[in-house]
Design a binder for this molecule. Sequence first.
Ligand code: SF4
Ligand code: SF4
Length: 289
Amino acid sequence: MKIAVASGKGGTGKTTVAVNLYHSLNRESSKQALLVDCDVEEPNDVLFFTDSQETEETIVYQEIPSIDASRCTFCRLCAEYCEFNAIVVIPPAGFAEINPNLCHSCGACEVACESEAIWVRDEPIGTRKSFRDEAGNEILEGRLKIGSAMQTMVIRSLKNSLPKEPGIIILDAPPGTSCPVVETLSDADYILLVTEPTPFGLHDLQMMVELVRKLEIPFGVVINKASLGDREIYHYLEKEQAEILGEIPFSKNYASQYARGDLFGATPQEITESHAQIVKKLSEKGLIP
Ligand code: SF4
Ligand code: SF4
């Protein structure tokens, strides 16, 4: 069972919801869950679990093609095959080059080239890491190499490494609605959309609702900082007949705890109850056995 936690923008409390869900399942209800930090540009879930130790690191590679100018006839066939505009060939200048930041490693250019002028190399684009705490609970994270633009490939590699046996997997998605988010959400069984009751929160939630409806994945909404802002988001959700799975009130103390990386210390009672309510609703839906 894969439950993804997503939000249309950063700073809404998506990570807080994801790590609390993991914490509630593993430490309070003993339902073994795996947390997967797919926010590969800035993974930080594991920071909240100070007793976790890194157990494994794997480098993620991308196959990047290059053009051997000594064999190239500058026919431009490869550039015509490339759907991502990653290849520039200028015949009069005898110039042919592939931009690795645009390449999606589809292999079409290699197939197209009749002069065997294209060769492929493995380029490191990031890492996958596993962490385990003393109780054996596991967190996985992907981390994009600085300078690489291939978030989607690191996320795909991370998801391909997930265990196949049944269990609860919590996917902490990157913020936004772009390709890395779609890669994270695409095979989720359920999506928790985290938002806040502000005009920006509403705007980004609308985009997320549109996206998850296109993906045809069931979803529920968690309203963070519920005691702040206005009622517009509630009107919108009512109009869209979207379910509110939980409301987390704003707490200055809890925000300070988050800033210190101490989410499970002296948590205010109303925050603990809000997270318990979310777990209860997910259980009622049969998402948590
Ligand atoms: S592998 Fe695909 S995306 Fe990359 S340069 Fe070749 S055709 Fe373009
Ligand atoms: S298809 Fe091959 S020969 Fe033609 S431009 Fe591309 S690399 Fe050069």
